[in-house]
Design a protein around this ligand. Structure first.
Ligand code: GAL
Length: 339
């Protein structure tokens, strides 16, 4: 049996709670975000249910949020599309990050709940992203559907249409931690049939062809987060040292799994890359609600390569042409390992 319940908090923030007896997952209309995911009494993701109405307005780390219209950085906040140059907000100086100050993480989405009476529950979130707010060309009609099913699979589907040719690169910025006591995630093991890491330049921007094949360097398809920086590869050392952990786009195989001794998290996506960020800096939020230590979570952000528009121009996968319909799907499934 699955059921839902809605809690209205202050500031127009709603929590939509979905329960399948074994697990409980909570979404919010503020940023079409995931607020909590609990498997029995284990917290799988970082977030705050009790003070959600305050916490999510202040949290600068995009916890659980839908991010866009462009996930990741755009160099100097500038790009050219169809012969015109656009200047965006440089909210991560000198770059533009995660859609700027008015990104979809700040939108109050409209929503509808669809219950199929047994197998799954869907929350259909809708909003309009306006050019007048974020200075990209074109308005975008956006639908984000979060589905949770009895097999503990959380699916995110994005569909969008734009009034002008524009950029569109949405992602979800959830932080996972499969450890019981939320201690550092360095022990988590990453596995995929392809694990190519795109190195960053000294401006925190990915390069196109400068990749390290982790499977080749480490000689195996499974590796702990902490193994990556310890591998016999000077470039890996330098990157992990410079960014204090991972903050890198990866090219993965069909499926990516992350596990500890108790849980297996499976991820699948049709987006070209996954950015893995190990929550490297946690001191720049001065708040009693900031209880986080570095490496107390990691993201798996399904997306196009950050800054792809400046690397690939008119060939960039993040371009959404006027008249086209964007569709993308990502799933995360949590499985408890048998003793
Ligand atoms: C990540 C980004 C990080 C950091 C984080 C938000 O997606 O790659 O550098 O900005 O978002 O705290």
């Amino acid at each position: 049996m699955m059921f839902t319940e809605v809690e209205h908090q202050r500031n127009g923030l709603d929590l939509i709670k979905v329960d399948n007896d074994q697990a409980k997952i909570i979404f919010s209309n503020f940023g079409a975000r995931i607020v909590s995911w609990k498997y029995e009494d284990n917290n799988i993701v970082l977030g705050n249910v009790v003070e959600a109405d305050e916490y999510y307005h202040e949290n600068p780390y995009y916890f659980g949020a839908s991010v866009g219209r462009f996930g990741g950085r755009i160099e100097d906040g500038r790009f050219e599309l169809e012969g015109k140059t656009y200047q965006l907000e440089q909210n991560d100086p000198p770059h533009h990050l995660h859609g700027g100050f008015h990104g979809i993480n700040k939108h109050y989405f409209d929503y509808e709940i669809k219950d199929d009476n047994g197998g799954y529950i869907q929350i259909i979130f809708t909003t309009t992203v306006k050019s007048a707010d974020d200075h990209y060309p074109g308005d975008i009609k956006l639908k984000i559907i979060h589905t949770y099913d009895i097999d503990n699979r959380w699916t995110i589907e994005y569909s969008a249409e734009a009034t002008e040719t524009t950029l569109f690169n949405p992602t979800n910025h959830v932080y996972f931690n499969l450890n019981r006591d939320n201690k550092e995630v360095n022990n988590h093991i990453l596995t995929s049939s392809t694990l190519k890491m795109h190195l960053l330049n000294d401006k925190n921007l990915p390069t196109l062809n400068d990749t390290v094949d982790l499977i080749q360097v480490l000689g195996k398809q499974s590796m702990r987060f902490e193994d990556i920086g310890k591998a016999e590869d000077e470039r890996l050392h330098a990157q992990i040292e410079c960014y204090h952990g991972l903050d890198h786009p990866f090219t993965i195989g069909d499926e990516l799994t992350v596990e500890n001794s108790q849980f297996l998290l499976k991820m699948k996506t049709d987006m070209p890359h996954v950015v893995i960020f190990t929550f490297n800096e946690t001191s720049n939020w001065e708040s009693d609600m900031n209880i986080y230590k570095p490496h107390s979570g990691f993201t798996l952000e399904a997306q196009c390569l950050p800054n792809d528009i400046n690397l690939l121009g008119e060939e960039a996968p993040s371009i959404l042409r006027k008249g086209d319909t964007f569709f993308s799907k990502t799933t995360y499934q949590i499985i408890e390992k048998s003793e």
